[in-house]
Structures are given as C-alpha cells and as structure tokens.
Design a protein around this ligand. Structure first.
Ligand code: ZN
Length: 217
C-alpha cells in the first residue's frame, strides 16, 4: 500500500490563493520559498507541511529517516515532479510530500516523470506508479522497492528503487564514515547476517574485521 493514503485537501480560500498565484504571469517556481513574497503563501506551505508530516508519520519519503516534527528546517515540502521542470504541478496535492533536508538538497531538479508509450513527455500528471521513475509516496509501497539495512544501507529491489537510491544518493551518505565503496559494505553486511544465522563464528570474525577496516574503527 502506498505510504500516503490521503492527499492534502485545500479549502476555498486556499484554492483561490493558488489560482491567484498561478494566474500571475510574474510568479516563478523559485518564488515558492520566498517568505517575504506572501504571508498567505507561507501559511499554505505550513499547512501542506503539517498535513504530509502527519500522513507520513514523521518520515522522509525517500530515505525514511525522521523529519523534524516542529521546525521546518528538516521537513521540506517536496515536489516529487520538480517544479522547475513542470511548474503546472506546483500545487497539485498528489505531487506533494515532505522530505528531509538532505534528500531535498540532493534530489533537486532531477526529472522523475517517465515518458509515455509513444516516447513523449506526458501532458497530464500520471495516475499510476509507472508514470514515475522515482518511488512515489502516493502510488508506491516503499518496501516493495527498497530494503534498508542497519538504518544506513539501501538495497534496491526494483528499477524504481535503484533510481531513488541514485537520485538521492542514499548510500553515498554513509560515506561520512570514510567508506569509498558502499556496495562492498552492503555485501559484507549481508554476508555477516548470513554467517551469524549459520553460527559460523570464524566467518563472523573475518567479516567483522573487514567491516571495521572499511569503517576505519
Ligand atoms: Zn530523506
């Protein structure tokens, strides 16, 4: 089941604001974050953030780590299809969710829409999972696409999982520990789990030594 079950619903005054903003020829997608531009727009962003933060149980849609529960700093309103490439989806409820600051900064403007069957850019927002390269919180069950190991190592199960890990650099962030090759660590972690399950103490020791060496501890 998809992570987000209920897309945000705007009231009449919010719909009017969205209409006014999107009808203004001078409004640009980059104005989304400008606090000074409009108090109402800022309040609308807070409303969206609060809705998806609750809907996603305080987890980032892409890395599944915690987003901040009060501050907006580590809980960004995310445009799953980037607003810089497709500004017509800027306020579309199904194109919105919340993500952590790292995913927001790293994913940026990467195209997430797939081409249609004729190999053309889609003219409407897809209503199905296959319309997107990325694991989409409104359409996809995260666990079907990505396994998270030890809260750090991400292993793809599908092409979507592969795309999402790549576009958000999920494994590369573990490079903070000084690891050059995340895949080697993932492989060792899997082998270690198997060795522990088989009670093979010699292999467990060898694998742990290798992991410690990789982690430089
Ligand atoms: Zn994240």
């Amino acid at each position: 089941m998809a992570e987000i079950k209920n897309a945000v619903i705007f009231n009449e005054s919010q719909k009017q604001l969205i209409f006014d903003v999107t009808s203004d020829p001078t409004f640009k997608h980059s104005d989304w974050n400008k606090e000074a531009l409009s108090k109402d727009l800022s309040e609308l962003r807070s409303f969206i953030r609060k809705h998806y933060r609750e809907e996603q149980a305080g987890k980032c849609a892409y890395c599944r780590k915690d987003v901040s529960l009060v501050s907006a700093l580590n809980c960004h309103v995310e445009h799953i299809v980037p607003k810089s490439l497709h500004d017509k989806y800027m306020f579309l409820p199904k194109n919105l969710c919340v993500v952590c600051a790292d995913c927001n900064q790293i994913k940026k403007d990467k195209e997430t829409l797939t081409l249609n069957q004729k190999g053309q850019t889609r003219s409407r927002y897809p209503a199905v999972s296959s319309g997107f390269h990325i694991v989409h919180p409104h359409f996809d069950n995260y666990e079907e696409h990505i396994d998270i190991n030890r809260e750090c190592w991400y292993i793809d199960k599908t092409l979507k999982g592969h795309f999402t890990i790549g576009v958000c650099k999920l494994n590369q962030r573990c490079g903070d520990y000084g690891i050059d090759e995340p895949n080697e660590m993932v492989q060792l972690a899997i082998e270690l789990e198997s060795a522990i399950a088989n009670d093979n103490s010699l292999t467990v020791k060898l694998l742990k030594d290798k992991m410690r060496k990789l982690l430089d501890i």
